[in-house]
Design a protein around this ligand. Structure first.
Ligand SMILES: C[S@@+](CC[C@H](N)C(=O)[O-])C[C@H]1O[C@@H](n2cnc3c(N)ncnc32)[C@H](O)[C@@H]1O
Length: 386
């Protein structure tokens, strides 16, 4: 049995050992694209403790942050996808993992012909605190009594503000492979806030993790083997998506869910699930007379700002929502209706986004619109309008 405050120490201990020697019990088989594995040293590939492949959802030129990067495999795969114009940052708290990853980085860079990966030491629930800088400061001013402990605490706070490990609004995609479950319960809320903080507006999180089909009972959570083995810290699928929602994300969805469980313990199934969530719905709402029509196939939908829309009806939306819907993951589900007379943004009035209102076509066209036209040739030339 373990106390809540020692869970992190147990995780560190287990993965320090896993960095030195492959630990079979920690492996959940994943089908990576073998093309990308060719440049990666064998020890990195062998000491793989992931459960999914978030690299498949990353694009060229993006800046990617990998939470709990381990020996660096996902970082080295992503480095090839984002290419020389992109950048990859791996964060891990375990020295032994960082040692393997940092030793392998120049080998991969030489094989690729460019360098775009770096590994930083930190805790993923506190991405502002650079643990290496703190280490260095503490070597010069070690903690010897309560006063120096308080001074170290102040120093950590100063480092967070002045020299953050990962700056606010700096990342296009946060990925992670089988790590979020390992963060102790009291820090899990802060973890999602940190993911939100570091992402750029319009950025996204693509997270692979082990999830449970039922709540994990406390006695299982207190089992050190199950906790550090990526089992008993697992969220339920619903709990995981909800944590993103509470942190302010939108467009949250399951991208992949293994049908077969990785493990079943006392009747509870634990399987790999990959989710995606976007940052960027916050901001002011302006009226530019735009409208959207939900195409279906569901009878109605509810978005993360509580807009409830019935299939086929025309709804008034603010400029922000209109532009969010024009991008992934929404765009394929909507038709977009621009007003005939554009309302420039600097002349637009505030829009009340707390209610969902229908938009009469006359609002789009103008109240005096009474045009009559001949049949549109674009539609019927050649005898077909479909
Ligand atoms: C299951 S392994 C996954 C490693 C890697 N993502 C992979 O795919 O092989 C978990 C990793 O997360 C790191 N880790 C666990 N909790 C962490 C935390 N709170 N902050 C930073 N790293 C953490 C561990 O040191 C370990 O390297």
């Amino acid at each position: 049995m373990i106390e809540a405050q020692s869970k992190e120490g147990i995780v560190r201990q287990r993965y320090a050992a896993g960095a030195k020697e492959r630990a079979d019990k920690l492996c959940c088989p994943v089908d990576y694209d073998s093309e990308y594995l060719k440049v990666i040293p064998l020890e990195v590939i062998e000491r793989d403790y992931g459960c999914g492949d978030s690299s498949r959802y990353v694009r060229e030129g993006e800046t990617v942050l990998d939470l709990g990067s381990g020996t660096g495999k996902i970082c080295f795969i992503v480095a090839q996808i984002v290419g020389p114009s992109g950048k990859v940052i791996g964060v891990d708290m375990t020295d032994e993992m960082l040692e393997v990853a940092r030793r392998s980085a120049p080998v991969v860079a030489e094989r690729l012909g460019y360098t775009n990966v770096e590994f930083r030491k930190g805790r993923i629930q506190d991405l502002a605190l650079d643990l290496e800088r703190l280490d260095n400061e503490l070597k010069r001013n070690p903690i010897t009594n309560a006063a120096s402990f308080l001074a170290a605490d102040e120093l950590a706070e100063e480092l967070r503000v002045k020299q953050p490990l990962v700056a606010c609004d700096s990342i296009d995609v946060v990925v992670s492979n089988c790590v979020l479950n390992l963060v102790e319960p009291k820090s899990k809320g802060q973890l999602f806030d940190e993911i939100f903080r570091v992402l750029k507006k319009g950025g996204r999180a693509v997270i692979c993790d082990i999830m449970s089909d039922e709540e994990v009972p406390e006695e299982m959570q207190n089992d050190p083997e199950l906790w550090s083995g990526c089992i008993s810290g697992a969220f339920t699928e619903h709990g995981f998506l909800q944590a993103f929602e509470h942190a302010g994300f939108y467009g949250i969805q399951i991208l992949k869910r293994d049908t077969d469980p990785w493990r079943t313990v006392q009747g509870i199934e634990f399987r790999s699930v990959t989710i995606q969530a976007f940052k960027g719905k916050q901001g002011e709402c302006f009226e530019r007379n735009q409208a959207v029509i939900y195409r279906g196939p569901f009878k109605e939908v509810l978005d993360d700002d509580n807009h409830r829309m019935e299939r086929g009806r025309r709804y008034a939306v603010c400029d922000k929502t209109y532009n969010l819907y024009k991008k992934a993951p929404y765009r394929e589900f909507f038709e977009f209706v621009d007003p005939i007379l554009d309302v420039p943004l600097d002349q637009a009035k505030p829009f009340d986004c707390s209610r969902t209102a229908l938009r009469h076509p006359k609002e789009t066209k103008g109240q005096d619109y009474d045009v009559t036209t001949e049949a549109n040739n674009k539609c019927c030339d050649g005898g077909s309008c479909g």
